[in-house]
Design a protein around this ligand. Structure first.
Ligand SMILES: Nc1ncnc2c1ncn2[C@@H]1O[C@H](COP(=O)(O)OP(=O)(O)O)[C@@H](O)[C@H]1O
Ligand SMILES: [Mg+2]
Length: 346
């Protein structure tokens, strides 16, 4: 539905966007993620028409809308800080974006419908100050949806909320989006949030999209060490390809891994997810020796912070809580070859 091609944005000498390519599917929930300062907000503002692009184009159903004003694009926008009008009631806030030509009766009906939709029936007469943070953000979402935008753009809409409200609201937001079928682009720096609700994720880095795809694909098949480390937890170890199908990880020794695409002798980053590392049963000689340095009880899993191999290489290992070793005695770890991923050194 929206196609962003080679989008660049400079603020004086500062490059905020450096050739962003992005496809946004109709009716999908797309999340833009990346570290602070990578250009997420700028990208959203250019999409909204709030900021002119330095170069590149934004196409909507194939039509060039790069020069179109925000008002002409049919986008609804929600920001991190609630940005409600404090001196207006909730109803007035929601009705703000409706056309002046809308009759009072139709206006009231639409506001009531939206209040119902965001789970705040009967809250119309309140002022923003009489609402919790989560309620204010629901009102902001209702206000953005009021004029029936073709695209809903959300810039870290949940970041200011406490974790419980945040998790509940993200589920509701996803339900609402699916029910309305409105094409949505949400910016977040929280990769777990994106994995939880997005249909499609674009990972940004330094003004570009480094990888995009379905959450599971991004998680299972990151194409760079950066994406691997940014989405989910990933152990990344310096290593070298010592022969076809063999890597030598610093401090851990040789191990089997798929080395296709890398030259013999090439320096690489070896990646393995904490949950992919297996504890060898006691008495087995397999794997590498390790000792537990610290353990974190996370509820369903225990995250072990271990020092492994002759080099005492720090590794994170996630084990189901009921399988966690009872003592901090030495253990052996197996790094299954099919779970090892090689990345080019940055
Ligand atoms: N109005 C502006 N003037 C100058 N520099 C800006 C402006 N807006 C953003 N930038 C710069 O552009 C880069 C990207 O910013 P932003 O899009 O806000 O990143 P993010 O939302 O990913 O944290 C940053 O280096 C930021 O300092
Ligand atoms: Mg931002």
């Amino acid at each position: 539905m929206l196609s962003v091609q080679g989008l660049s944005k400079r603020f004086g000498a500062a490059v905020a966007l450096d050739g962003v390519d992005l496809e946004i599917e109709r009716g999908a929930f797309t999340c833009l993620i990346g570290p602070s300062g990578c250009g997420k907000t700028t990208c959203l503002r250019v999409l909204a028409g709030l900021e002119p692009a330095t170069s590149g184009v934004v196409l909507s159903e194939g039509r060039d809308i790069t020069g179109l004003s925000a008002a002409a694009r049919g986008v609804g926008m929600v920001f991190q800080s609630y940005a409600l009008f404090p001196n207006m009631t909730v109803s007035q806030n929601i009705a703000f974006g409706l056309s002046r030509k809308t009759s009072p009766l139709v206006r009231q009906r639409r506001v009531d419908e939206l209040l119902q939709m965001v789970g705040l029936p009967g809250f119309g007469a309140r002022r923003p100050v009489q609402l919790s943070g989560g309620q204010q953000q629901r009102v902001a979402i209702a206000r953005a949806l009021a004029p029936e935008p073709r695209v809903l753009l959300l810039d870290e809409p949940l970041s200011a909320l406490d974790p419980q409200v945040r998790e509940r609201l993200r589920g509701e937001l996803k339900d609402l989006q699916r029910r309305l079928g409105v094409t949505t682009v949400m910016v977040t720096h929280d990769q777990a949030e994106a994995l939880a609700i997005a249909d499609h994720i674009a990972v940004m880095r330094a003004g570009r999209v480094e990888q995009s795809g379905a959450p599971q694909d991004i998680y299972d098949a990151p194409t760079s060490a950066f994406v691997a480390g940014f989405v989910g937890a990933m152990n990344l170890l310096p290593a070298r390809v010592s022969a076809a199908g063999v890597v030598e990880a610093a401090g851990l020794g040789s191990m089997a891994a798929a080395t296709a695409g890398f030259a013999i002798g090439e320096a690489v980053q070896l990646g393995i997810r904490p949950e992919a590392i297996v504890l060898a049963p006691p008495g087995m000689a397999d794997g590498v020796g390790a000792r537990i340095h610290r353990r974190e009880f996370l509820g369903a899993v225990v995250r072990l912070d271990v020092l492994a191999g002759v080099g005492a290489v720090p590794l994170l290992v996630d084990v189901p809580a009921h399988c966690a070793p009872l003592s901090d005695d030495a253990l052996r770890l197996v790094l299954p070859p099919q779970r090892l991923r090689l990345f080019a050194v940055d």
